[in-house]
Design a protein around this ligand. Structure first.
Ligand code: SAM
Ligand code: SF4
Length: 467
């Protein structure tokens, strides 16, 4: 019997890449590959890359430099190591990768992972293989299902891709070019995936897509279903305790999604809704096709049906032409909304996007200073939100043993990590926890007697949040 070959895969960037990495592992399991934690003893190393900001792309090339040395070392000891670059850098840069890093054997774009076994064979024969087309067939029809043991090993929370690509063309963003046009998977396929996950112990499903609430997959009735209707269907699957979705665009929040938040207890009251800027002038230059006021109205629609709902967002500072006044509008919006957390990034010009051609750039010093102010405001809101949990009883889905002996860690509805001293058999259960203290971003508490469970945490809109 031939020994299994070792696969090391390193993912950068978004949740979609985490999911894609798992599907590549599942695909290569059929070729006799098993995962290894170290690149040095691997027969195949895959870098699953991110192109969203320059820093993310450049990391890949420095990692490839290290891998070249590991590959040469393997060759000296008579072992072959193959290197593959997957993900959005692969899609955007294609042959340029091989030119800059000749040790790379395979370059594969995000729509072609199902061709990986074939590409590896081609690389063995021809020296290298590159595939960055958008193939006519849908990769999901060809990617094998994960084995039961693999699902169990990945824990009680899983991502499921329901939608890929984006047709929005925000002027700063590479996604429409690297991931292609918006495509939604049919409802039946998603239901099959979720049933299989739930049958194998997964309790929390996060539906993912670059623009997940633009979902419009074909339903059993032959019609196109919106995300809200899909969520209703998935909530009926036994074993699915929690549902989430990410990432959403404010313009695609429709009534079906709002109703899902009103009607489905399994749908967690925590929504990631990127706005990018609070300035209408900058939003227009970004081609976001909404104003700050439109965004606030969307938030109000969610809050009208679910008072305990909380939000996170993405912001870009230093978009070309952003004035101090524009930036103040962003701070004002953040103060008005009151977030449970948010990501903020310095604008990074991406080759091929319209914003990269814009002349009115913001200086590095101004960008740094604005980022610091924005992050300070967001941090203060996040810590107010977390502190407000102290003294309340909240539901926690327990995920795994924590680093400290005897502690088990789980997540609240708002994805806050929560630690308790408890036996490991609570893993996989949603239990009420009385929150006693906060240590950085982690809540610490005790399992509450079920009779405590009715005591609700204060609604986020009642929590004092501000600069
Ligand atoms: N589809 C989502 C949306 O509509 O906002 C987000 C997709 S993108 C993978 C994640 C985040 O990266 C964006 O929300 C944006 O804040 C940030 N981002 C995208 N392009 C960027 C750029 N050129 N410079 C800095 N940040 C960027
Ligand atoms: Fe990029 Fe999101 Fe805009 Fe699409 S909607 S172009 S993924 S930022």
């Amino acid at each position: 019997m031939t020994p299994p070959r070792k696969l090391h895969i390193k993912s950068y960037g978004c949740q979609m890449n985490v999911y894609d990495a798992q599907r590549m592992v599942d695909t290569l399991a059929g070729e006799g590959f098993v995962e290894t934690a170290s690149a040095d003893d691997a027969d195949l190393v895959i870098l699953n890359t991110c192109h969203i900001r320059e820093k993310a792309s450049e990391k890949v090339y420095s990692e490839l430099g290290r891998l070249r040395a590991a590959k040469e070392e393997a060759a000296r000891s008579g072992r072959e190591m193959k290197i593959a670059v997957a993900g959005c850098v692969a899609q955007a840069e294609g042959e340029e990768i091989i030119r800059r890093a000749p040790a790379v054997d395979v370059v594969v774009g995000p729509q072609s992972y199902h061709h990986l076994p074939e590409l590896l064979r081609r690389a063995t024969i021809d020296g290298r293989a590159i595939e960055t087309e958008f193939p006519a067939e849908d990769k999901f029809g060809f990617l094998p299902q994960p084995k039961r043991e693999a699902i169990r090993a990945r824990g009680i929370s899983a991502f499921v891709t329901v939608q890929e690509g984006c047709d929005k063309f925000c002027t700063f963003c590479v996604v429409p070019y690297t991931r292609g046009a918006e495509v939604s998977r049919p409802v039946a396929k998603i239901v099959d995936d979720v049933m299989r996950l739930a049958d194998n112990g997964v309790r929390e499903i996060t539906l993912i897509g670059q623009n997940v609430n633009a979902y419009h997959g074909e339903g059993a009735d032959g019609r196109s279903w919106p995300l809200g209707k899909l969520l209703h269907r998935l909530a009926d699957i036994p074993g699915v305790g929690r549902l989430r979705y990410s990432t959403s665009h404010p313009n695609d929040v429709d009534d079906s999604l709002i109703s899902a938040h009103r009607d489905l207890p399994a749908l967690m009251p925590f929504v990631h809704l990127p706005v990018q800027s609070g300035s209408d002038r900058i939003l227009a230059a970004m081609n976001r096709k909404h104003t700050a006021c439109d965004y606030r109205k969307v938030i109000d629609r969610f809050r009208a049906v679910r008072q305990d709902i909380a939000f996170s967002s993405d912001f870009i500072v230093g978009f070309p032409g952003e004035s101090e006044e524009d930036f103040s509008a962003t701070l004002a919006l953040v103060t008005q909304i009151g977030y449970a957390g948010a990501y903020s990034f310095k604008y990074s010009p991406r080759p091929g996007t319209p914003a990269a051609e814009m002349r009115e750039t913001v200086s590095a010093a101004d960008m740094d200073e604005r980022l610091e102010r924005l992050q300070g405001l967001i941090d203060s809101q996040q810590s107010a939100f977390n502190k407000a949990a102290i003294g309340t009883t909240v539901d926690v889905l327990f995920e795994r043993a924590a680093r400290n002996a005897g502690q088990i860690v789980g997540r609240t509805a708002y994805l806050q990590p929560a630690h308790v001293m408890a036996p490991p058999d609570i893993i996989g259960q949603v239990l009420p926890v009385r929150i006693e203290s906060l240590e950085r971003y982690s809540l610490l508490g005790e399992l509450a007697a079920p009779r405590d469970a009715h005591k609700k945490r204060p609604e986020p809109s009642h929590i004092t949040i501000g600069a």
